[in-house]
Design a protein around this ligand. Structure first.
Ligand SMILES: [Zn+2]
Length: 65
């Protein structure tokens, strides 16, 4: 049950990489170089967004109260 909750949490977040120079964005993984301005991968900024919250996650939260 606890393992499942961890999995749900992991799936609820998604990484988005943003080029700080030109604003190019890509999901999950940054490219070796920005296809627009050639900025190297390690200069990308990482955003994490909530997505697809599973109803099971809310149920787990309720159970903790
Ligand atoms: Zn760029």
């Amino acid at each position: 049950m606890r393992e499942m909750t961890k999995e749900n949490l992991k799936n609820a977040f998604e990484a988005i990489f943003v080029c700080p120079v030109c604003g190019h964005t890509i999901k999950k993984e940054a490219p070796e170089k920005c296809p627009v301005c050639n900025l190297p991968k390690d200069k990308y900024e990482v955003l994490t967004v909530l997505h697809n919250i599973s109803p099971a996650l809310f149920q787990a939260g309720d159970a903790l109260k």
